[in-house]
Design a protein around this ligand. Structure first.
Ligand code: NOJ
Ligand code: CA
Length: 529
């Protein structure tokens, strides 16, 4: 399996549809709202968008609780609106990816409602109560007249679809083989769902909890086999379709058939540390147990980028050129790039790093203007996780302009999905487009640079000259990149004559001479040798 060319050098943009643009004034973002802003995305230079789930759902987990995989949630529009979005995006060189939630449904999905009344149904994982009336660990009591209980996959209202267990056990009859009828019916259903949306014109899927399908699966071997089977089918039915996984372990996900896997804030062989020690300890105000180490993008410069680099090299050694490691600025589950303790001055060096590193960059909507992570919001659509962490802070409405509700919606402010950042100085797209030195124009120029010079993308070589402050690396033996996210000037001595006077391509605070690279506070520079 090869990575399709368009994905190889893609710049991905994630849209949380609830909060991007509301076209009909009901306070909730929708598909037409996205279509109306495609010119903006084309201007920015992104080449693919991933939409969080937009299917029929009771929205108890913001749409990750699907009740009908083949229908668009009415609040977002209908399948014609999606077709229009896909077509208009394609006309601007932008592909659209949907979110596939294969591991669980809503407990209101007709499959589950039927299953809760039919003891012969095995689309979900059901266990009987013991003689003491207790269910096995992890199971939740049946809501129907079927006795016993079901296994949830995330929240209790998200029953796990049954893809079988890697290991059977005589006294635990719910551990079906992956070849049993229920698991095989679910595999067939997955193909039907993918086929439906691919026929409409989408380019592929981000796959939710891709690692979670086969239970008790040491090394995820059976889960990998399942995805390879899916990939085999796609290679015939829809060879251009891409699959990106929420897995957090590219070394497992890519050989399982995914074209790219996201580094995440959790899971994987390093339990999310590579990303958290890179830039997401901002989450620490709500998850203090995660603030065990400072992050590299820390103003005081106490971080160590080595944790990230080691994970990157490790994953790269495992996957080579057969897939990509996706690096998100943030996502709908974790703190935005502009989250305390990070300061806004660190955002330009952060984007310089993101857009010159050989990973697949994914920009979370609003991060390109430095939207703040907002604390203290209500629990909306399951934003508060079991741990108590509230994801709503990363989900507030996109800030378009200085009009009411920052141009997000014509609804009364009290009817918005979530409140707009109340800061009167909040950044907006319109304000930053007009300012040549804004973060937005910086991000746009960095994207353009990456797209004109493939050496800056995943295809170019990487040689790290310094992994401290500043971070200094060469790309494609031609571009020198210097990044200093700390609040003090940092000096790197060198004895390489070619670094003395390279041509600046973009320079924000870096000076070079024959003996040293001096990076001012919050600086970055890209030079051509
Ligand atoms: C991961 C998604 O990103 C998250 O938002 C969701 O709550 C869980 N999976 C469950 O689907
Ligand atoms: Ca709307």
């Amino acid at each position: 399996m090869a990575v399709p060319n368009w994905l190889s050098d893609a710049v991905l943009y994630q849209i949380y549809p609830q909060s991007f643009a509301d076209s009909n004034g009901d306070g909730i973002g929708d598909l037409r709202g996205i279509t109306e802003h495609l010119d903006y995305l084309a201007w920015l230079g992104v080449t693919a968008v991933w939409l969080n789930p937009c299917f029929v759902s009771p929205m108890r987990d913001a749409g990750y609780d699907v009740a009908d995989y083949l229908a668009i949630a009415p609040r977002y529009g209908d399948s014609h609106d999606l077709a229009e979005l896909v077509e208009q995006a394609r006309a601007r060189g932008i592909r659209v990816l949907l979110d596939l939630v294969p591991g669980h449904t809503s407990d209101t999905h007709p499959w589950f409602v039927a299953s809760a009344h039919d003891p012969a149904d095995h689309r979900y994982i059901w266990a009987d109560a013991g003689l003491d009336g207790r269910l096995p660990d992890g199971f939740v009591r049946s809501p129907g007249d079927r006795p016993g209980g079901y296994l949830p996959n995330f929240f209790d209202f998200q029953p796990a679809l049954n893809f079988g267990y890697a290991r059977q056990q005589a006294d635990q009859p719910w551990r079906q083989n992956v070849t049993a009828d229920g698991p095989q019916a679910n595999r067939a259903a997955l193909r039907t769902i993918m086929d439906h949306w691919l026929r409409l014109g989408v380019s592929g899927f981000r796959v939710d909890m891709a690692y979670s399908l086969v239970k008790d699966d040491p090394g995820r071997a059976e889960t990998a086999r399942l995805w390879r089977e899916v990939r085999g089918w796609l290679d015939h039915a829809h060879p251009d379709a891409v699959l990106l996984s929420e897995w957090g372990d590219p070394a497992l996900a890519v050989p399982s058939g995914f074209h790219a896997d996201f580094f995440l804030h959790f899971g994987g062989p390093y339990d999310g540390r590579p990303l958290r020690t890179l830039w997401n300890n901002g989450i620490s105000t709500e998850r203090p147990e995660w603030a065990t180490e400072p992050c590299y993008f820390d103003a005081e410069g106490r971080g160590n980028v080595g944790t990230f680099l080691a994970a990157y090299y490790d994953a790269l050694a495992a996957i080579g050129d057969s897939g990509r490691i996706a690096l998100p600025t943030a996502n709908h589950d974790f703190a935005r790039l502009n989250a305390g303790p990070r300061t806004p001055e660190q955002l330009p060096p952060a984007f310089a790093f993101l857009l010159t590193f050989p990973t697949l960059p994914a920009i979370y909507y609003g991060d390109e203007i430095g939207m703040r992570h907002i604390l203290g919001l209500p629990d909306i659509e399951g934003s508060v996780m079991r741990s108590g962490y509230n994801r709503a802070g990363a989900r507030t409405p996109m800030q378009w302009d200085s009009g009411p509700n920052a141009g997000f919606s014509a609804a009364p402010a009290g009817r918005l999905y979530l409140p707009v950042d109340p800061d009167p100085g909040r950044p907006t797209v319109a304000g930053q487009r007009a300012d040549q030195d804004s973060l937005l124009n910086t991000v746009r120029e960095l994207i353009a640079l990456r797209r004109t010079h493939p050496e800056l993308g995943p295809g170019g070589s990487l040689e790290v000259l310094s992994d401290g402050y500043p971070l200094v690396y060469l790309r494609g033996e031609r571009f020198l990149v210097v990044v200093n996210p700390s609040d003090r000037a940092r000096v790197l001595a060198h004895d390489r004559p070619e670094l003395a006077s390279p041509k600046p391509v973009r320079n924000a605070g870096v000076t070079l001479d024959e003996a040293a690279i001096t990076a001012g506070p919050f600086s970055y520079g890209i030079f051509q040798l």
